[in-house]
Design a protein around this ligand. Structure first.
Ligand code: MN
Length: 515
């Protein structure tokens, strides 16, 4: 189990009060979960400590890490919202409650609803940090999925591929996405996973050794060319994304050029282009495989230069060349921008990336600060507090394609269409999703469930509290309708209901009182 000290050890220069906060959250969660075990039989705290640790590793701020450590307290222990607010802060409560609320978004295995579920997932979270905590929570749950009853395993794994993976992808969180995919894949498609694994190992049994050899060749060449500040690494393509590609290529593994990739991380954009030249001098490039995602970033902000080459040993390699900042973005996506401050001077001197230029304009729909001031705040604020989900994330509901390499120039235009300004998503007590217009009331909800429920509505509870029938519902509310056989629609309902379905039914009932 990760200790509080280990979590702190992962943070970027925490202050004394940051350290205090983490320790306090840790001890508090440990006490709250003390009688509570995981399916594995391990103490529950293993899970929450792991979530805190992963968040720290990603460079998240102290409040997000603390909320990660506390994320299951309200849902699974005696601890109340009041307790978290008094013991910590309103902000940490907001994050913990957000994560708690998100756990009611469930995937029921109907593909028809995936798009709304993704949108709902994002709308419900309300704050980018809530989403990040939830994604990390899911990652650790997948890592320990083999302990969980079989029936639950499949639901969780499918939900991960259908909902969490596209969200992580849209947020540019490449590392997390790959981890989620490869953990969930064998549970959802066991036979296919086996087949992909087999074709990979029969073709490249000793991929690691081979890559290591090619890496040394490349390192020497770069140094000979006078490039000293660089790091190299390599990766084998994730099984799930390889599976998706193999399906499209008739299972011919030899035509997949990005199966193995070598990464070169350098100091500046200029060095990226220079490195590309050196690589092409060393190894023969494959035609039409050079892609400049620095000049034309992918829609989720990804930036790098890509090329594919054949080495002297006949190995086909994809080469990815990027700066440190681009690398961090590729791994952590939106998380790296909200919380990470670039350190090197050369990175600052370069052109701001598409991602960072998007952030100030899209994250502040509620403020009217000037762009200059916004920039200043970006630089000075330790943890900018973004209350709103940026509009561009509303695209998450759309089908995504990991291999769509074309940068879409109309990305910004698309981002303007704000789905969430018109619709809200609320839940039934069993977690089903109901899609309603903004301002809809429990009456609208009741009629959306069934006209019979609407006609017999006597009262409503929202998030377990009694409310008046004219209350406007909000995103993520859990709505319960109380019916009574003797209840009848009232004329007053017409003043507040928003859906035409409800209004039609109410009018009908008023005109036919004896029915
Ligand atoms: Mn959890």
């Amino acid at each position: 189990m990760h200790s509080a000290e280990e979590i702190i050890g992962q943070m970027n220069g925490p202050t004394d009060s940051d350290k205090e906060l983490i320790k306090h959250a840790y001890d508090y969660a440990a006490e709250a979960h003390k009688d509570h075990k995981r399916y594995s039989g391990d103490p529950y705290m293993i899970h929450t400590a792991a979530v805190g640790y992963k968040l720290a590793e990603m460079g998240m701020g102290p409040r997000t890490i603390s909320a990660g450590i506390l994320h299951d307290t309200i849902e699974d222990t005696e601890v109340t919202s009041e307790d978290i607010k008094n013991e910590f802060s309103e902000e940490i409560l907001f994050l913990v409650e957000g994560v708690t609320k998100l756990s009611s978004v469930r995937y029921y295995g109907t593909d028809r609803h995936n798009e709304s579920l993704r949108k709902l997932f994002v709308a419900t979270s309300q704050d980018i940090r809530v989403l990040i905590i939830k994604l990390v929570d899911r990652l650790h749950n997948l890592e320990t999925l083999h302990f969980i009853p079989e029936k639950k395993q499949l639901r969780i794994a499918r939900e991960t591929l259908e909902i969490y993976v596209p969200v992580a992808h849209r947020l540019g969180m490449g590392k997390l996405r790959k981890e989620l995919e490869d953990l969930a894949f064998p549970y959802v498609y066991p036979d296919e996973a086996k087949r992909v694994q087999e074709s990979l190992s029969s073709r490249f049994g000793n991929a690691k050794e081979m890559l290591e050899r090619e890496r040394k060749v490349l390192q020497k060449k770069l140094a000979d060319a006078g490039l000293y500040e660089f790091q190299t690494s390599y990766r084998v393509k994730g099984l799930y994304s390889l599976y998706n590609k193999l399906k499209r290529k008739e299972w011919d593994i030899d035509v997949i050029y990005d199966l193995m990739a070598m990464r070169v991380v350098v100091d500046s954009e200029a060095d990226c282009y220079r490195t590309l030249g050196i690589v092409h001098e060393l190894w023969r490039p494959l035609p039409k495989r050079v892609k400049d995602y620095i000049a034309f970033p992918k829609p989720n902000g990804y930036q790098s230069l890509h090329t594919a080459v054949t080495t002297q040993n006949g190995v086909i390699l994809e080469i990815q060349i990027r700066t440190k900042v681009m690398h961090r973005e590729a791994e952590f996506g939106v998380a790296s921008h909200v919380f990470y401050k670039p350190a090197t001077a050369s990175d600052k001197a370069g052109k701001p990336s598409m991602f960072s230029s998007l952030i100030p304009s899209l994250f502040k729909p509620f403020s009217r600060r000037s762009a200059k001031l916004e920039e200043k705040l970006e630089e000075t604020a330790a943890t900018p507090h973004y209350k709103k989900i940026p509009q561009w994330i509303s695209e998450i509901g759309q089908t995504y394609n990991t291999e769509s390499d074309k940068p879409t120039s109309d990305f910004l235009a698309d981002a303007e269409s704000d789905f969430f300004s018109n619709r809200i998503f609320v839940f039934t007590p069993t977690g089903d999703v109901v899609d309603l217009p903004m301002g809809a009331t429990p009456i609208d909800f009741a009629y959306a469930i069934h006209s019979e429920v609407g006609d017999r509505t006597a009262g409503a509870r929202v998030n377990r509290k009694h409310v008046s029938l004219s209350t406007a519902l909000s995103n993520g509310d859990i709505v319960e309708i109380e019916t009574r056989k003797s209840a009848r629609p009232s004329r007053k309902w017409l003043e507040t209901t928003k859906t035409s379905l409800a209004r039609k039914r109410i009018k009908h009932a008023l005109d036919h009182p004896e029915e």
